[in-house]
Design a protein around this ligand. Sequence first.
Ligand SMILES: O=c1ccn([C@H]2C[C@H](O)[C@@H](CO)O2)c(=O)[nH]1
Ligand SMILES: [Zn+2]
Length: 151
Amino acid sequence: MKQVDSQLSEITESNILPEVRDELINKAAAAYQQAYVPYSHYPVGAAALFSSGLIFSGCNVENASYGLTVCAERNAIFQAAAKGERKLEAIVIAVPTDEFPSPCGACRQVIREFAEDCIVILVNGRRETRWTTLRKLLPESFGPDFLGGGT
Ligand SMILES: O=c1ccn([C@H]2C[C@H](O)[C@@H](CO)O2)c(=O)[nH]1
Ligand SMILES: [Zn+2]
């Protein structure tokens, strides 16, 4: 546990510039304003930083056929992938509630497709942050390397 925490603080302190972090947080919080959530009333915003330096944001979009709902994280990542981005560096997930969000299993796996590991910053409605990593959220993961893919 100690080791994980020290790895984490290394990642959080050194790998993201404060101005980039702030931009990610602002974009994720702006994204949830556009959430389409007539069923859950739980808006989520995500902002994903890719290796190009570009940030892609997205919100959750629900559907009357509930299972067709797309989460904010996947919306942001798929928009990036559609523009040719392939390497995810960090993702911020923001909600307006007091509780921190947590990416669902499907989104963890989609994050894994574009990052062996990456910074994950969770933001609540008070703009408090919780830093974690994909590796911590999805240990011993299955990824593109198993299939010789990932490019
Ligand atoms: O990390 C999360 C967790 C949930 N949701 C969405 C899916 C659905 O629209 C609503 C309730 O599950 O929140 C996200 O977008 N991201
Ligand atoms: Zn999800």
